[in-house]
Design a protein around this ligand. Structure first.
Ligand code: ADQ
Length: 468
């Protein structure tokens, strides 16, 4: 569809292109960001700039992404190592998640980060089709310098930036030797979006305390070059309607029937995460162990299913996490499995297909979404929508340190650092009367339906469009 006179085309910048190579050729990748941006990109016409994943054969278009043009960015091995494996995953990720692991500061990684951001800017400014007037929307902590690098082409339309992780308190952020450069990079945008007011305010306080020549007034930052940048809260969401409808499809019902037989007579606790130290999996397992220790009768009546998607296994902290988690699962099962009965902890180290994931969401009596820190956490939203669609009455146990806790107020809130408290919350959650469970669930599913991922996209776009 051609854009109307008021609707500018959209160019998305994200670390990865939204495509994967399957056996029968290239196709759109599964993922929240592709789902979120696709309707706007298709309606307005647009392009996606992202790293090519190390292959030089990415096509300019793929059939299931319609007219969306793909602009691959190439990164040599050394730049990629410093930028992605180093600065993104070992410096910014732990720093932005409140130092759950210690960030490493390394000047070569920083240089590679600057260089990688430059390559993204170069990809945008050297491709003639991107030079028409567009909205440029930059995503996440990989590309914090990019907005200011795109700014010299300001007359080509407004720039939005969205951070998918938390933004840390200035007391933590200022430890980064390049904190000023990153703030000035982000401030190249017209609009900066965050999941919660807390992250937005941390960003504003950081600008106030770290930048001498910027002035913060309310939620605006006035820069030394006379511009005014708006910081706004826009929590991301999911395609609630699609999730609800997929949750009751025949393939999900079949899988659910099989799982119900497998777990007959047991209540099911469920964890679904990337295997990341921010997700609180170690603390969760300790709490489950404590629960079984304190309640021998639950050993035959309750199972934990922990599904963990492999993630960043080239980083030592992630390999250590995997071996800790697997050791803990082994220990719990060794201690509490009773002869002739199933193991109490079922651990799947893999990505599962959507119909199976939805069947697990519907099966669960209690979802344990207990990150130590998480920008939003989409698993919490997916769980309540899938449960409600299947007329379930599952309980969401939710860490207060997730962005989702700001919206899903009817969850049972917990502090995952308090392992004993977490164990008690799980015990209590198993006892909540049915009507109360249903009331909580329907309120939460309603709030996700009322503000879905397309509202998120539209709100960001309409905010930034209003600035031209
Ligand atoms: P993530 O840290 O990746 O995202 P999250 O928001 O929970 O975290 O999204 C994970 C996604 O992966 C969900 O859609 C989930 O369905 C899927 N998933 C998880 N385990 C899976 C499994 N075993 N098999 C298949 N799919 C699985 C970052 C930030 C978050 C923020 C999002 C979006 O860290 O805080 O919510 O971006 O902004």
């Amino acid at each position: 569809m051609a854009p109307t006179s008021k609707e500018l085309p959209l160019v998305a910048f994200a670390n990865r292109l939204p495509v994967v190579k399957a056996r029968d050729g290239w196709r759109a990748a599964d993922g929240g960001l592709v789902t979120a941006l696709r309707p706007a990109l298709e309606k307005r016409g647009g392009a996606w700039v992202g790293w090519d994943g190390g292959t030089s054969e990415v096509p300019r278009r793929v059939e299931d992404l319609g007219a969306i043009r793909l602009h691959p960015v190439q990164l040599d091995r050394k730049t990629l190592d410093g930028y992605y494996h180093g600065f993104c995953n070992r410096t910014l990720w732990p720093l932005f998640h409140d130092l759950i692991e210690q960030p490493a500061f390394n000047r070569q990684w920083w240089d590679a980060y600057v260089e990688a951001n430059r390559r993204f800017a170069h990809a945008a400014t050297t491709r003639s089709k991107l030079l028409q007037e567009t909205i440029r929307w930059v995503h996440d902590f990989h590309l914090m310098l990019l907005p200011s690098m795109l700014r010299p082409a300001k007359e080509k339309g407004p720039i939005a930036y969205f951070l998918h992780t938390p933004f840390p308190a200035p007391e933590l952020f200022s430890r980064l030797p390049w904190s000023k450069e990153l703030l000035n990079g982000i401030l190249g945008s017209d609009l900066v979006g965050f999941h919660t007011d807390l992250y937005r305010d941390n960003f504003l306080r950081s600008c106030e305390t770290i930048l001498e020549d910027a002035k913060v007034e309310g939620t605006r930052v006035h820069t030394s070059d006379g511009r005014s940048v708006l910081a706004a809260t826009h929590p991301i969401s999911i395609d609630a309607q699609e999730f609800a409808s997929a949750s009751t499809q025949p393939d999900v019902e079949r899988e659910l029937k099989r799982l119900r037989t497998q777990f007959e007579g047991r209540k099911v606790l469920l964890g679904v995460d990337r295997l990341d130290y921010t997700k609180g999996i170690r603390h969760r397992l300790k709490a489950v162990e404590l629960m079984f220790e304190r309640n021998p009768s639950l050993r035959r009546k309750v199972s934990l299913v922990q599904i963990a998607v492999p993630s960043r296994d080239d980083v030592k902290e992630y390999r250590d996490l995997r071996s800790d988690v697997e050791g803990e699962v082994g220990r719990i099962n060794g201690r509490f499995t009773e002869p002739g009965h199933p193991v109490p902890v079922h651990y799947l180290y893999r990505s599962v297909p959507l119909h199976r994931l939805l069947a697990y969401y519907r099966l669960a009596d209690v979802a344990l979404v207990t990150p130590l820190k998480d920008g939003m956490n989409l698993v919490a939203k997916e769980f309540v929508v899938a449960q409600a669609a299947g007329s379930g009455s599952g309980i969401l146990l939710l860490s207060e340190f997730t962005g989702a806790a700001q919206e899903l107020k009817q969850a049972i809130m917990c502090n995952p650092f308090d392992v004993e408290g977490l164990a008690s919350h799980i015990e209590d959650a198993l006892e909540i009367p049915e009507q109360q469970r249903r009331d909580r669930l329907s309120a939460m599913a309603g709030s996700v339906h009322n503000h879905d991922v397309f509202d998120w996209t539209n709100e960001m776009i309409s905010d930034v469009e209003g600035m031209t």
